[in-house]
Design a protein around this ligand. Structure first.
Ligand code: ADP
Length: 477
């Protein structure tokens, strides 16, 4: 079981990277050593062959210059000085008859080399062979070469030195390789750990958040690398989620609080209808008031859904160029009848055209809410002025009125959901209109602000960028 565990591939990315790093290092070192070993062994055997052939050549010249006896004594001397168990020299006729030879006791199983002699007969200058003899611990290399008429010289040499030299390379390489592999694994591990610390920090933060620390963020150093991008994007995502969670909490609190009253009223009317005996007219009135409350509730729920949609950024798919001037003009026309009814004048100060990007429906709702408020809270003979200015890539839409105004205490709260100032309770409303305006402006990358003087009037200004939001705001590159 323990072995099974050990053989299982490692799970952590750091261990896997380390294995890859060490594996690639070991394989490339093996390939490099293999190539080096091949080159060395080729060079060594070429040199050995070269030496043997030069030796034969030397004897050939000696035979011509000094005769066969000198050749024989030189052969004996060479065998003695190099070691008779290490080298042998033989003179043969072309038919394989031995003419002379050094001590062959260490080379008993060396044959006459018929094939080699055949090749020489066919015109080859030298014939080289490798011998694997039972009486020799190491392999031997032998050369046959014609040195005179019907006279062939065979020289055989043990490859002991060459093999020992190559063996030494192998012996030295293995421990070096082992040490280097360990170093490679340690360096690989450290590098992988270092590269993955950022990922670990993201994981730790995610763990802490999952335990409830919603305000936690990933700490990051300005390294400008992928980990920093991951951390920034992760933090940005957390901020967004936090805003949404807060919004949802507020929303559910508000729903509980503000939807309770209309529901209680509906329940009250329904209870009355059940418990009291009334005539048709009275029942119709009760049903009418229940219908009214239901419409109010539906209006509130729809407004809340619109706010939630704008705040979450959902539905931001339709990016169309919209002429804001046209939208304002149409809204003013729609509200003209109410304005006239209340003896309020609507004035405008608009450019000829002003293109913005987004959903026309959202701009319409924003303008309608601001106009509706201004008309609702402006007494007769007052004026509501709508103006639009485009400057420096920003569009500013202002709706000002000469109405009842908002107190300094109320002003910071008017954009909160369900907030209604005390002096406006006489007017119908849900307290959601300005929240929707703020959410829409936010979803377009803009903002809304309000200035007001109690008893004198208020001004609401929405500022949004003229280019689409996607061109303005990029949290992570
Ligand atoms: P609603 O108008 O439905 O009550 P809003 O969110 O649009 O809700 O407005 C919130 C509150 O802000 C209003 O109830 C009102 O007290 C105040 N308010 C908004 N606009 C004006 C305005 N133009 N003049 C005076 N008070 C305003």
């Amino acid at each position: 079981m323990y072995l099974n565990k050990m053989l299982r591939p490692p799970r952590t990315l750091a261990s896997r990277l380390t294995l890859w790093y060490a594996g690639i290092f070991i394989i490339s070192t093996l390939v490099a050593f293999g190539a080096f070993y091949l080159v060395i062994s080729t060079v060594i055997s070429k040199n050995t062959d070269q030496d043997l052939m030069e030796d034969v050549q030397g004897y050939s010249s000696m035979l011509t210059a000094e005769g066969i006896d000198q050749v024989k004594s030189e052969m004996a001397w060479e065998a003695l000085s190099d070691g008779q168990e290490h080298i042998f020299l033989r003179l043969l006729t072309m038919d394989g008859k031995e003419v002379a030879a050094t001590d062959m006791s260490a080379w008993r199983s060396v044959g006459t080399g018929r094939h080699a002699l055949e090749k020489l007969k066919r015109g080859a200058d030298y014939v080289l062979e490798t011998l694997d003899l039972p009486e020799q611990e190491f392999k031997a290399r032998t050369v046959y070469g014609s040195i005179g008429p019907d006279l062939v010289l065979q020289i055989g040499e043990s490859l002991e030195e060459d093999e020992e030299f190559l063996e030494l390379h192998r012996i030295v390489f293995i421990p070096i390789m082992a040490v280097m592999a360990i170093i490679a694994a340690i360096v690989g591990w450290l590098m992988a750990r270092r590269a993955l610390t950022g990922v670990e920090e993201v994981t730790q933060t995610a763990i802490e958040i999952s335990k409830g620390a919603l305000d936690k963020r990933v700490p990051f150093k300005a390294r400008g690398d992928e980990i920093e991008r991951l951390a920034t994007t992760f933090n940005y995502m957390l901020d967004r989620i936090n805003v949404l969670i807060k919004g949802m909490r507020e929303m559910s609190d508000n729903i509980a609080h503000d939807l309770r009253s209309p529901l209680a009223r509906i329940r009250g009317v329904a209870e009355m209808a059940l418990t009291t005996s009334a005539n048709d007219e009275e029942y119709k009135a009760m049903a009418g008031s229940m219908l009214e409350e239901c419409d109010r509730l539906l209006g509130m729920i729809n407004a809340m859904l619109d706010i939630a949609e704008a705040e979450s950024g959902a539905g931001e798919t339709k990016l169309e160029a919209v002429d804001l001037v046209g939208i304002i003009q149409r809204a003013c026309e729609l509200f003209q009848a109410i304005a006239e009814e209340n003896s309020v004048t609507i004035a405008t100060e608009l450019p000829e055209i002003c293109l913005v990007y987004g959903e026309a429906r959202k701009f319409q709702r924003m303008v309608a809410n601001l106009l509706d408020n201004a008309l609702k809270f402006t007494p007769p003979q007052g004026t509501v002025k709508v103006s639009l200015k485009a400057d420096n890539g920003q569009v500013a839409l202002s709706v000002s009125d000469t109405g009842i105004g908002i107190s300094e205490d109320d002003l910071p709260h008017v954009f909160k959901r369900f907030y209604r100032c005390d002096n406006s309770r006489a007017q119908q409303g849900t307290g959601l209109g300005l929240s929707l305006v703020k959410a829409i402006a936010g979803s377009l990358g803009g903002s809304v602000n309000a200035t007001s003087h109690l008893g004198k009037g208020s001004t609401f200004t929405v500022t949004i960028p003229q280019l689409p939001l996607s061109h303005q705001f990029q949290p992570a590159k």
